[in-house]
Ligand binder design. Structure first.
Ligand code: NAD
Length: 505
């Protein structure tokens, strides 16, 4: 571990605010300790930033924006391309650090960095395609079109569970769009943020833009509040819980700023009578158990046709009972720890509530008696009307409910406050199309014969209702990071007014 930390320069970090590669001297004695969730041992400590430092950092991000936006977009893409290559060079170290700091298994830690690399590649291409539309003007010898300009310094607030990729979803696209990026990571995963920031800030510095990336580590009440209230940040992109997003959204709206919210999910898989159960069991297990149930897209509800429910449950319970739980660095492990003791306490509390509400624990339901925050993935025989099935508990708990007809299954799937990801396993063309129709899933993501987890970056990612409505990554998600301008040009010798209005002087 020491070698890894020293290679990444994060053995103990005496700064909580960074303007590119420049670390601001610590504001005081307050520090945050990053711990390994597999042992609860400390990894390293980090100084935290105060409000004055945040102010300096935002100033620097704004100044850098004025320079960066002048660079043609494809040239900005070239800098992003080099950032992608720097991530490639450091993929192994950063992937290991993700696993060390948040406990996801190593293949997922490496996969997360790969996702950031993929985002860089995507953003390079986008940098040549920030297109606008042209329209026909109703006035003779006039031309109308829309163009997109860089927006400003963007504030990016990230959740603990994707300590590298969530930032990259935003940052790679925002940079290609001509924005600079201020990052406030979760205080539960500061080391991954600092290591990533330093590697990519060196690339920006070499390209002649030393202040392109800025970073603050600090308390929500100080740097979080400071960011969301600051009108110098025209867009706040915030990923995290619904509770956080509801608050951040209101504060940013009060200053008429823009918000891009990526919040919690409560994702369901429907399995109909015709489903290929070999596929379904694998899709459900990865969705419900992967990242120890700590993905926004984790499968939390399984809505299964009553005719096949016993078989599906039997096969899932058998698969769960063989799951290798343990050190997330070992290639054989499939289930790592929860992030911290607080998450274990929430898992325990959820089990109590499940019992109170009449749920039956079919497997799991146990905290492992070993160091670290390990719990057994749990399957619960549940009913749709149990209130806990409508909440997101950030732990590997899967609620199974039996349905009679597809209309009922889709109604249950939609009848929760969140609207992120959804899936159906079916070999019926009709069921698949019905699920995908306007009367089907109400989520931002709807899949057929794959699970709810593991989205590709080419599509726009995000969800509806309490999930916040934001879209990140591919497709036209870049539009959130730019401002739109509609331009009308008159190349004639007359000045006609729209709608036939006359105003002759
Ligand atoms: P969280 O809400 O506790 O924290 C998320 C981030 O918000 C952290 O950086 C935190 O410091 C910050 N924050 C909290 N209060 C703030 C405030 N007042 N001002 C500014 N910043 C503030 O979430 P978490 O526990 O880190 O992550 C888990 C949650 O994130 C889950 O609900 C999960 O579903 C969600 N998530 C959603 C997506 C998505 O794309 N939809 C992706 C990953 C995680």
């Amino acid at each position: 571990m020491k070698d890894l930390l020293s290679r990444l320069g994060i053995e103990d970090v005496n700064a909580g605010a960074w303007i590119g590669t420049e670390a601001l001297p610590p504001a005081g004695d307050d520090r945050v300790v990053s711990t390994n969730p597999a042992t609860n041992d400390p990894i390293a400590s980090v100084a935290i930033a105060d409000a004055d430092q945040l102010d300096r950092v935002i100033d620097a991000a704004q100044d850098a924006f004025l320079e960066w936006r002048r660079l043609p977009a494809p040239k900005r893409g070239e800098v992003v391309r080099r950032m992608g290559n720097a991530l490639r060079d450091h993929k192994e170290d950063l992937g290991r650090l993700v696993t060390l700091e948040v406990g996801k298994i190593l293949s997922e830690g490496l996969g997360e960095v790969q996702e950031s690399i993929d985002m860089a590649d995507l953003a390079v291409g986008m940098s040549r395609q920030l297109y606008g539309l042209t329209m026909h003007s109703e006035r003779a010898q006039h031309r109308m079109y829309e163009q997109w300009h860089p927006l400003g310094a963007i504030g990016v607030i990230t959740a603990f569970n994707f300590p590298n990729a969530v930032w990259a979803w935003n940052a790679m696209v925002a940079l290609a769009c001509g924005d600079t990026v201020l990052w406030k990571p979760s205080i539960k995963a500061p080391l991954t943020a600092i290591a990533t920031h330093r590697i990519l800030s060196r690339v920006a510095e070499d390209a002649g833009f030393p202040h392109l990336l800025t970073l603050v580590i600090g308390q929500d009440a100080v740097v979080g509040e400071g960011m969301i209230r600051d009108p110098r940040l025209p867009l706040i992109s915030a990923t995290g819980s619904v509770r956080m997003g509801r608050y951040v959204g209101q504060v940013v709206a009060a200053r008429l700023g823009r918000c891009l919210l990526e919040l919690g999910g409560n994702n369901a898989i429907i399995v109909d009578r015709t489903a290929d159960l070999d596929l379904a069991i694998r899709g459900i297990a990865f969705g419900a158990v992967g990242t120890a149930g700590q993905r926004c897209t984790t499968t939390r509800r399984l809505i299964v046709h009553e005719d096949i429910a016993d078989e599906v449950i039997g096969r899932l319970v058998a698969a769960y009972e063989k799951l290798p739980i343990g050190d997330p660095m070992l290639p054989t492990t499939l289930v790592g720890p929860l992030i911290d003791p607080g998450a274990v306490a929430q898992y325990r509390a959820a089990l109590d509530t499940i019992r109170e509400q009449g749920g039956e624990i079919l497997t799991g339901g146990e905290v492992l008696d070993r160091p670290g925050n390990f719990v057994r993935p749990t399957i619960v025989a549940a009913r749709h009307d149990m209130p806990i099935c409508h909440e997101e508990t950030f732990a590997p708990i899967l609620y199974v409910m039996r349905y009679r007809d597809l209309a009922e299954a889709i109604e249950w799937q939609n009848d929760v406050p969140q609207g992120l990801s959804s899936a159906i396993f079916t070999d019926s063309f009709r069921s698949a199309e019905r699920f995908l129709s306007h009367e089907g899933s109400d989520c931002g993501i709807a899949n057929v014969n794959i699970g709810t987890s593991g989205a590709e970056i080419g599509g726009a990612f995000g969800g509806e209702k309490d999930t916040g409505g934001g879209r990140e990554a591919g497709s036209d998600a870049w539009k959130s990071y730019m401002r739109r301008q509609t331009c009308t040009l008159n190349w004639g010798t007359d000045l006609p007014l729209a709608q036939g209005v006359k105003f002759d002087i």
